[in-house]
Design a protein around this ligand. Structure first.
Ligand code: PMP
Ligand code: GLU
Length: 397
């Protein structure tokens, strides 16, 4: 007899976190692993943000916060939307949660009924499809490839929408591909969505500030669909605050109210100290964000420069985030010392166990031929890792 619920048994563990853990364990045993698996900035949280947290600890921020977040933080998020995105959201339309992952889970649990269809463009971030399963929705995967820069077209979207479609997940800049939708491309998708008023758009904009194309474009800017867009964002990536666990959603007020009710039963408000730190991040000097973006752009070019030198690799030029998603399928079928590489998981395990570089298999993102390499690591480690990757591939026959 299985003691666990069907819900949990249907769930896959997070592959990004699993590969990170595997790399971490090998490192603890003394192996010189270079970890390019998990997607998190390698920088320390900027000093003024850390100082704000220290003051909060010594001040009077030790009790439960309002479920939706402190009023001044909600106001700071509302101001951020106005300042950076030219979007009007009242504080009552915003909910602060324990990371963007939690914000997304709240929105799904409040929107999706069993059997509702959720359109998920692939390659997708690992947690989307699993969260849809938790909400008992049905994933409708739209495949894209390196040849179309991993972006869906309006025609593809139109063909996938049915009467049962409840939501579209859109991630730009994208994890795992780094692709960034242009304003015109978003307008094309918005045009289709305008004709289907039952479809909500979950716009994951967590990589907003790690964008090398000149500026972020939100699908929430299009008036005709604006009241059906739920923007998911947070401080994890832009301010190197992954461990602080603060994310937020902004959308229709009725949905914010529902998320407030759910969060009130599941977690209460997010950590008080982390909320004070997030307030300092959003209201303080933004120079730190630009500095980290510059470093990521330099590292992207470093990685792409190496990948170009490897035979049989196909890779897009990511416009944002801190991942490259090269297609290595031309190496499948080859072997090293009797160890055959049949798929992306075999390749990642070979790279980790024999060459000590941790990456994530494309299969976890719904794209079997590829692997994800996070370049949120030092230039020195990236140079070393790319040399190891080249040697590893050259050793396959
Ligand atoms: N969305 C995407 C696309 C991500 O890559 C991440 C990072 N894990 C998240 C959401 C969640 O971020 P957070 O750390 O704020 O939960
Ligand atoms: N977003 C990161 C990644 O995709 C963090 C890990 C996670 O939350 O899945 O690697």
């Amino acid at each position: 007899m299985d003691l666990l619920s069907a819900r949990i048994n249907s769930l896959a563990p997070s592959a990004t976190i699993a590969m990170n853990q595997k790399g971490r364990e090998m490192k603890e045993k003394g192996v010189d692993v270079i970890n390019l698996s998990v997607g998190e900035p390698d920088f320390k949280t900027p000093e003024h943000i850390r100082e704000a947290a220290k003051s909060a600890i010594d001040g009077d921020w030790h009790h439960y916060s309002p479920i939706a977040g402190y009023a001044d933080l909600l106001k700071a998020i509302s101001d951020k939307f106005k300042r950076e995105n030219n979007l009007e959201y009242k504080p009552s339309q915003i909910i602060v949660s324990v990371g963007a992952k939690h914000s997304l889970a709240n929105a799904m649990m409040c929107l999706i009924d069993p059997g509702d269809e959720v359109i998920v463009p692939a390659p997708y971030w690992v947690s989307y499809v699993e969260q849809v399963k938790i909400a008992e929705g049905k994933n409708v995967i739209l495949d894209t490839g390196v040849e179309d820069d991993f972006k869906i077209t309006p025609r593809q979207l139109e063909a996938a929408i049915t009467q049962k479609t409840k939501a579209l997940l859109l991630c730009s800049p994208s994890n795992p591909t780094g692709s960034v939708y242009t304003r015109e491309e978003l307008e094309g998708l918005a045009g289709v969505l305008t004709r289907h008023p039952q479809v909500y758009i979950l716009a994951d904009e967590i990589y907003e500030h790690i964008n090398f194309t000149g500026g972020h474009e939100s699908i929430a800017q299009f008036e005709a669909i604006r009241d059906r867009v739920v923007v998911i964002n947070g401080v994890s990536k832009a301010y190197a605050m992954t461990g602080w666990r603060i994310g937020y959603m902004a959308g229709p007020e009725w949905l914010a109210k529902a998320c407030n009710k759910l969060q009130g039963q599941m977690t209460s408000g997010a950590c008080s100290i982390a909320q004070r730190a997030a307030l300092a991040a959003l209201t303080g000097d933004q120079q730190c964000v630009a500095g980290m973006r510059e470093a990521f752009l330099r590292r992207r070019d470093l990685i792409l420069g190496h990948l170009e030198q490897i035979d049989g690799v196909r890779c897009s030029t990511p416009g944002g985030a801190f991942y490259v998603f090269p297609d290595f399928s031309s190496y499948f079928g080859k072997s090293f010392n009797g160890r055959k590489i049949e798929n992306s998981m075999d390749l990642c395990l070979y790279l980790l166990e024999e060459r000590h570089i941790a990456t994530v298999p494309g299969s976890a993102f719904g794209a079997e031929g590829c692997i994800r390499i996070s370049y949120a690591n030092s230039d020195e480690n990236l140079e070393k890792a790319m040399q190891r990757l080249k040697d590893a591939l050259a050793a396959l026959s």
